[in-house]
Ligand binder design. Structure first.
Ligand code: GLP
Length: 243
């Protein structure tokens, strides 16, 4: 793992957007894995700014978002799809047909997961995946547990993760979904390159476990230690527990 510590979240985000833009210039049909959450917000803002200045063309890029809530339609403001539209998709020139998303209200959720994995395989897998990390060490919605799942799957969200996503649902715990669909560990670990961002004190312990702890399903992000091209970009607060 290649660890970089930046002076601020903004600097890390700007560097990350620059890195993504370079990757797209080098490969205009790049397949990008995209996260949601608070962490990548500045990156999306920077990418939108680069696009606005004519420094980033995304018309050939294909995107696969990492996860979506079960039972939440794309039209619901709390969905990850709505988040992506708000913060990124509607501001750039991605072709609508190149945007891939899990459908959390599909009639057959198992079939939906199989469809998504197959679409990703057809696209050649993720060329570059941008990742955040849960305070409990989750990657996408691969939650800590006894074991991990390689394929795209339906999963039950931990209490901690549901609390972390409260803001998407008007801070109403009753509205936060109990389940989600997520890409599995296989798609994430087979990505050509992984760039994980973590900011703030609240992530320090998870970052330590990911980087310096054992490779264990108790900390799904620790599996990135096995990735051949994983970068971890932090601010000083998130790096605090590293020795
Ligand atoms: C979310 C997402 C993850 C994200 C993580 C951290 O619920 N499923 O993809 O990386 O939790 O979120 P945040 O960036 O808001 O801390």
């Amino acid at each position: 793992m290649n660890i970089r510590v930046f002076d601020s979240e903004q600097q890390a985000a700007a560097a990350c957007a620059t890195r993504l833009a370079e990757a797209v210039r080098a490969r205009p049909s790049l397949v990008l894995g995209l996260p949601t959450g608070r962490t990548p917000l500045h990156v999306y803002r920077e990418l939108v700014a680069l696009h606005g200045r004519g420094a980033l063309a995304l018309s050939g890029v294909r995107t696969f978002n990492l996860d979506e809530f079960v039972g939440v339609p794309a039209t619901d403001g709390g969905s990850f799809r709505a988040y992506m539209d708000r913060h990124f998709f509607r501001h750039v020139d991605l072709a609508p047909g190149n945007i891939h998303f899990l459908d959390g209200v599909a009639e057959d959720l198992e079939a939906e997961c199989a469809r998504y994995d197959a679409a990703l395989v057809r696209a050649g897998g993720l060329g570059l995946v941008l990742l955040g990390i849960g305070a409990n060490g989750h990657l996408a919605f691969n939650e800590p547990g006894e074991s991990l799942v390689a394929a795209c799957h339906r999963t039950r969200l931990s209490r901690e993760t549901r609390v972390a996503n409260l803001m998407l649902f008007g801070d109403d715990p009753g509205r936060v979904p109990m389940e989600a669909l997520t890409l599995g560990m296989g798609a994430l670990l087979q990505a050509g390159r992984a760039v994980l961002l973590a900011f703030g004190e609240g992530k320090a312990e998870a970052v330590r476990a990911m980087v310096q702890g054992p490779v264990t399903p108790r900390c799904p992000a620790s599996f990135l230690q096995l990735h051949r091209d994983a970068e971890v970009w932090l601010d000083a607060a998130a790096a605090r527990a590293l020795q």
